[in-house]
Design a protein around this ligand. Structure first.
Ligand SMILES: *Cc1c(COP(=O)(O)O)cnc(C)c1O
Length: 396
């Protein structure tokens, strides 16, 4: 077994940095052909033909009647929440990317954090049932890492009170639950097509829904609130997707099945190799869920692994592996919310997950051999944990 570089000093395992994600770019020649079309028409933004074509493809792939493409996922979330006119509390998870919670606050509502399930890391429906009340205007769930959250239980907790459930589905494009596509759950779902996501338009996002009034509202909001030439019906913003972004999307969306298959292959290798390593806990995939494997998480149980998450992060870095601490800190610990009453909550499961989880490299162009390499390194770090820990504490 190879001695970790942090101990041997013989050099990193990987010659170049291996990141947690890498952008899927379409073949240049094909992109060039689509760009020719844009150059001919000179229609570069404002709901052009490529935009419209991509919009119907996104709707089709998500099993929803309507899609509204947006400039990014954050503005899509904001536009959705604004359209639904949530004014009271929005029950949500602290174990997510900042955009989820910021969009609630920016839309003028108050986030109320519910703790997560300790095994799949998504919103715990029992917590939602406990915290739901007359002030609750919505529930916002997140399909963490691409594993569909407990949509049925969340619906059961919210529906009897007439509270709508919506989803931040940034990780879950083309994920499924019991054969049903992500995009068709709750009142509406929101995708991100950011450069790091499995289906990307570079920057981009979408709201998908079966509700025509939501479609209309979001569409107005992302175009300055303009309804027609002579009426402005909402305090809107500019969050349209350009033709150039749509062109990248039209080529990438054709690849999504191949991307998902590759991510599944890589995740299977990781899972097969790492589930046997003491001190490593893998995300529980709910029966019936077909995850996207947008992210590959490992939770480090320090007592059994021999070192904590932050030590593993540093040891991997010295092998040129750039793992990410998604999602640390949890949202109720953000500096920007430290004076807000909603941040003064104790959420032990979310805090434990945020302190213990590391996301490992997984993306379309990553090869199986590299994943085996990452697993070898993790096994060797576990075997040499005492020495690694000593080395790191003397370096501090
Ligand atoms: C990426 C991401 C977003 C933000 O999407 P952008 O397109 O980058 O604005 C929102 N929520 C989650 C969970 C994400 O991972």
């Amino acid at each position: 077994m190879r001695i970790p570089n942090i101990l041997s000093g013989k050099g990193p395992f990987f010659d170049a940095l291996v990141y947690v994600a890498r952008t899927t770019l379409p073949p240049r020649a094909e992109l060039s052909k689509l760009l020719d079309r844009i150059y001919e028409t000179r229609w570069v933004t404002n709901f052009g033909e490529l935009h419209n074509e991509l919009e119907s493809k996104v709707a089709k792939e998500s099993g929803a009647r309507y899609a509204v493409l947006c400039a990014n996922g954050t503005l899509a979330l904001y536009a959705l929440l604004k359209t639904l006119d949530f004014k009271g509390d929005v029950l949500t998870t602290p174990f997510t990317f900042p955009a989820t919670v910021h969009s609630i606050v920016m839309a003028g509502a108050r986030p109320v954090f519910c703790d997560i399930d300790p095994d799949d890391y998504s919103l715990d429906p029992a917590e939602v049932a406990r915290k739901i009340g007359p002030e609750t205007s919505a529930v916002l769930g997140v399909h963490v890492y691409g594993n569909v959250c407990d949509v049925d239980a969340l619906d059961a907790a919210a529906s009897p009170r007439g509270v709508p459930v919506v989803y931040d589905s940034a990780h879950a494009f083309k994920g499924e639950f019991n054969g049903r596509r992500v995009g068709s759950f709750g009142r509406a779902e929101v995708f991100s097509f950011h450069a790091t996501k499995l289906f990307t338009t570079i920057e981009g996002g979408a709201v998908v829904t079966n509700d025509e009034s939501i479609r209309r509202g979001v569409r107005h909001l992302i175009n300055f609130g303009i309804k027609d030439e002579e009426s402005v019906v909402a305090v809107g913003l500019n969050a349209k997707m350009s033709e150039f972004h749509a062109a990248v999307g039209l080529l990438n969306i054709k690849e999504t099945d191949r991307i998902l298959e590759k991510l599944r292959t890589l995740a299977d290798i990781y899972r097969g190799r790492l589930e046997r390593v003491p001190g490593i806990k893998l995300q529980k995939i709910r029966p019936g869920s077909t995850p996207t494997n947008q992210y590959m998480s490992v939770e480090i149980i320090a007592e059994d692994f021999g070192m904590d998450r932050d030590s593993l992060y540093l040891a991997l870095k010295s092998e040129n592996i750039v793992a990410r601490k998604y999602f640390y800190p949890p949202a109720h610990k953000y500096e920007c919310y430290k004076n807000e009453s909603f941040s003064r909550v104790s959420l032990p499961n979310a805090e434990r997950a945020a302190a213990g989880i590391l996301c490992l490299p997984i993306y379309y162009t990553l090869d199986e051999k590299s994943v085996e390499g990452v697993c070898d390194i993790i096994a060797s770090l576990r075997a040499n944990a005492a020495d690694v820990k000593k080395k790191l504490s003397s370096a501090r």
